[in-house]
Design a protein around this ligand. Structure first.
Ligand SMILES: Nc1nc2c(c(=O)[nH]1)N[C@H]1C(S)=C(S)[C@@H](COP(=O)(O)O)O[C@H]1N2
Ligand SMILES: [Mo]
Length: 503
C-alpha cells in the first residue's frame, strides 16, 4: 500500500522536475523571466502584502530571492508529490493538475509588464513534458511482465527523468546567465547625473500632428543596424577600453573610471548611411556620455594620426576623422540613451556617438578599443566593401504624413515630416504639390543643430491624385539636391515624394 503511494509521489516529483528542467532550457532561448518558476515567483512577489515582503527582506536580507526560489522549489516538490498520489488514483485529474502548472506559468508570464510574444513558450513546454512524464511513469503494470521488472523499470525511468531534468535545467540556467549577462549587468547600472545637462528643449520643438514621427525616438522604436548575429554580451564589470596607437600616453579605462568622469547629456540624431530617401533608419535620442575630445587630449594624439579607429567586442571596426572629434562638437562615449543605461542592442555598456557623421563612420557599439592611426594605414570594415572612408551626413528630409498611397478627404491636410542636417542645422523646408510652386513649411523649434527638425505644411487638398514633394535647406545655405543617388558609397540623395488620393 505505502509502496504504491511512494511510487505515485515519485512519479509526480519526476514529472515536475522534467517540466521545470525543460522550461529553464527553453527560457534560455526566450528570456530568463519567461521560465514558469521565475514568472510565478515574480507574480507571487507582486501579490505578496508589503508587510510579508518586509519580513522576508528583514529575515533573509539580500538572500530573500534565493530563499524565495528555494521556497518555490520546496512547495513545488510537495505539491508534485501530492499530485502524483492523486494521479495514482485518478490519472486524468493528476494530469490536469500538472497541465495547470503550465497554465499558471503562462498566465504569470504573459501578465508581466514587458511580456513578449514567446514568453508563454517555456510554460507550455513545461506543462506538456510534465503531463507526458507523469502518464508514462504511471502506466498500469502489465500482467505479463516478470516479477520485479515493473519496479526496476519505474525506478530507472523516474530516476532517469530527475537526473536528466537536473542536467537540462542546470544547463539552461547556465545558458541564461551567459546569453543574458549584459541585460543582467545593465539592470544593476545607475547612470550618474550629468555635469553638463542637455540644452532645454523649447515647447515648440514637438509639433502636434498625427502621424508625424515624435521628435524624440523611444528606445523601443529606435532603428537597429549592425552585423551582429547574436548580440555581444559585454558586462560593465568586464568592460575595459584601451586607447592606444599614435598617442603619447596610452590609457586603459574601466567602466567605473569612465562614469567617474564629468558626463555630458545631449540630444543627437543618429542616421544610417543605408537609409534610402524617405527611409526609417534614423532616430533622435538623448545620450549621456564622456566627451571624447577630453580623453583624446589626455592621451596626447600624434599630429599625423588623422583617423580614430573604434573596435567593438565583436570585431567591428569603424574609422572616424580625428579632427572631426576634436573640432568642438559633442562627440562622446555614450553610456545612456533616453534616460536608461544603453540598451544591450544599442551597444551596452559603451558606444560612440558623433553628431553629423553616419553611424558606420562614428557610432561603434559594444566599444572596447580606440586606436589612433591614419587613413593611409588602415581601412575600417566598410571601406573595402565599397563605402567611403569619410561620410558626413547629407542634408535630407522626409514626409511622414500623409503616407504614400493613402487616401484623404478634401480640405485642409497637414503634410508633415522631419528634416536633418546634423551639426549644420535646418534653416528651411519647402513642400511642392504636383510640380507647382514650392511652399514654405512651418518648422518646429530647434534646441540644437545636432538633431532633426519637425516641419508641417497645411495643404488645401482638392479631389484627385496628387504628388507631394519635400526639400530642405540647411544653415550653410545648401539646398537638398534633387539628384537621385543610391546609398552606396556615402548616403542617398533625392527628394522624398508621396502620392495621395483626395476624395
Ligand atoms: N559594433 C558595431 N557597431 C556598429 C555597427 C555594427 O555593425 N557593429 N553598425 C553601425 C551602423 S552602420 C549604424 S547606422 C549604427 C546604428 O546604431 P543603432 O543600431 O543603435 O541604431 O551603429 C553603428 N555601430
Ligand atoms: Mo549604418
Amino acid at each position: 500500500m505505502t509502496h504504491r503511494y511512494l511510487r505515485a509521489a515519485g512519479a509526480g516529483i519526476a514529472a515536475a522536475a522534467a517540466a521545470v528542467g525543460v522550461s529553464e532550457l527553453a527560457a534560455a532561448f526566450v528570456r530568463p523571466e519567461s521560465a514558469p518558476v521565475a514568472a510565478i515567483g515574480a507574480a507571487a512577489i507582486q501579490l505578496t502584502p508589503a508587510a510579508v515582503k518586509d519580513f522576508a527582506v528583514g529575515t533573509f536580507g539580500t538572500n530573500d530571492k534565493t530563499a524565495l526560489l528555494v521556497g518555490i522549489y520546496l512547495v513545488l516538490a510537495l505539491a508534485a508529490a501530492g499530485v502524483g498520489v492523486l494521479a495514482g488514483r485518478y490519472r486524468r485529474v493528476g494530469a490536469l493538475c500538472v497541465a495547470g502548472f503550465g497554465v499558471l506559468g503562462v498566465a504569470a508570464a504573459v501578465t508581466r509588464p514587458d511580456a513578449g510574444m514567446l514568453d508563454p513558450l517555456p510554460s507550455v513546454l513545461a506543462g506538456a513534458v510534465g503531463v507526458g512524464v507523469l502518464l508514462v511513469l504511471l502506466r498500469p503494470p502489465s500482467e505479463l511482465s516478470p516479477a520485479g521488472y515493473e519496479r526496476r523499470r519505474f525506478l530507472w525511468l523516474a530516476g532517469g527523468s530527475v537526473v536528466a531534468a537536473a542536467g537540462v535545467g542546470y544547463g539552461g540556467r547556465a545558458l541564461q546567465h551567459s546569453r543574458f549577462a549584459a541585460a543582467r549587468s545593465r539592470a544593476d547600472m545607475a547612470i550618474p547625473r550629468p555635469a553638463s545637462p542637455a540644452p532645454a528643449v523649447p515647447a515648440g520643438t514637438e509639433l502636434d500632428v498625427p502621424g508625424l514621427s515624435p521628435w524624440r525616438t523611444s528606445n523601443s522604436s529606435f532603428y537597429r543596424i549592425d552585423t551582429a548575429l547574436t548580440i555581444p554580451q559585454v558586462t560593465a564589470d568586464d568592460w575595459t577600453l584601451r586607447i592606444h596607437g599614435r598617442v603619447a600616453h596610452p590609457l586603459t579605462l574601466s567602466y567605473r573610471q569612465l562614469l567617474d568622469r564629468p558626463l555630458l547629456e545631449r540630444d543627437i540624431t543618429l542616421c544610417c548611411v543605408s537609409n534610402p530617401v524617405g527611409g526609417p533608419y534614423i532616430g533622435n535620442a538623448r545620450w549621456v556620455g564622456v566627451r571624447l575630445a577630453d580623453l583624446l587630449r589626455e592621451v596626447g594624439v600624434d599630429d599625423a594620426a588623422d583617423q580614430l579607429v573604434s573596435r567593438s567586442a565583436d570585431g567591428m571596426t569603424i574609422g572616424t576623422p580625428t579632427k572631426t572629434v576634436l573640432d568642438g562638437r559633442d562627440a562622446m562615449l555614450a553610456v545612456a540613451m533616453n534616460g536608461e543605461p544603453l540598451p544591450v542592442k544599442h551597444g551596452f555598456p559603451v558606444r560612440m556617438v558623433v553628431p553629423g557623421l553616419y553611424g558606420y563612420v562614428s557610432a561603434c557599439k559594444w566599444l572596447v578599443d580606440l586606436e589612433l592611426t591614419t587613413f593611409a594605414d588602415y581601412d575600417a570594415y566598410w571601406v573595402p566593401r565599397g563605402y567611403s572612408a569619410r561620410a558626413p551626413v547629407k542634408t535630407e528630409s522626409r514626409i511622414d504624413t500623409p503616407r504614400d498611397g493613402t487616401s484623404k478627404a478634401a480640405g485642409r491636410v497637414q503634410v508633415a515630416g522631419v528634416a536633418w542636417a546634423q551639426h549644420t542645422g535646418i534653416a528651411r523646408v519647402e513642400v511642392q504639390v504636383d510640380d507647382g510652386a514650392w511652399h514654405d513649411a512651418r518648422l518646429g523649434d530647434e534646441p540644437t543643430a545636432d538633431t532633426w527638425r519637425q516641419w508641417v505644411y497645411g495643404w488645401d487638398a482638392s479631389p484627385g491624385t496628387h504628388v507631394l514633394r519635400v526639400r530642405a535647406t540647411d544653415r550653410s545655405g545648401y539646398r537638398q539636391t534633387s539628384d537621385e543617388v543610391g546609398e552606396v558609397p556615402n548616403g542617398a540623395t533625392g527628394w522624398h515624394q508621396v502620392t495621395v488620393t483626395i476624395h
